[in-house]
Design a protein around this ligand. Sequence first.
Ligand code: HXC
Length: 260
Amino acid sequence: AQYENIKIDVVGAKKNVGLISLNRPKALNALCKDLFVELGKAVKDFDADDKIATIIITGNEKAFAAGADIKEMQNNTYSSNVKAGFLQEWEDISNCGKPIIAAVNGFALGGGCELAMLCDIIYAGEKAKFGQPEINIGTIPGAGGTQRLPRYVGKSKAMEIVLSGNFVDAHEAEKMGLVSKVFPVEKLLEETIKLAERIGTHSPLVVKLAKQAVNQAYETTLKSGLQYEKSSFYGTFATEDRKEGMTAFVEKRAPNFKNN
Ligand code: HXC
């Protein structure tokens, strides 16, 4: 497929990592509608491609994404938002069954921070800056910033970020649990690909179940999450890959997973 606002590539030694690079550098990768339509399609295509194990979304050194496109939404109205279902394409990202890792260098602001939080894991370069500065322009986060951020960092820090509009740097973001690891800028993508490849050594089927189970922790009560986990865990015993994994361990050899 030909894209104008993103670039896609297949990377990793086994060519099983789908890399999506946001590519509107002149606007600091501001997330206009066309970009999001393309991003949603690229994620869907990689999700459907059996050769792809893991997906990475990245930007460039200056910006992961500086937010929703302010110029594009400047003249929106309440009724135009409701009628068009403004931002509804963002849900394509959370519907992806495969793991998505955000590799964040530079600014991840507003919708950019929210896009990173829609991913399953956030790795950052040490110059990354996160924030929800919508308050500076008279609005509030609209793609999860008020809901996902508190689940990552707790109420006090989320309130501070959302109400002040201040940015947090990569190391602070790591300390508060928003980011799982920080790397030198030029090492970020390489390290992210390594993690993607590591995930790609496992059974894709079981990786998908594991992702679904962890997500329950953010979407339901502890009691029903634990129930979900238990039945999904039991369910892995109906798979060939579970049998192969345990057999390989007992036979002291590497498993050969078949995605079944
Ligand atoms: C449209 C944007 C943009 C954005 C930057 N640009 N962010 N265009 N939407 N969100 C454009 C600028 O207009 C400028 O274009 C070019 O990118 C370079 O930006 P500068 O401001 O000149 O760069 P710099 O001085 O380095 O400042 C970087 C910055 C600043 C601190 C990141 O650009 C900034 O504050 N951007 C807005 C951040 C923000 O408020 N994000 C939240 C958006 S609201 P020209 O053509 O003038 O050179 C949001 C709502 C979420 O995300 C709702 C759900 C998605």
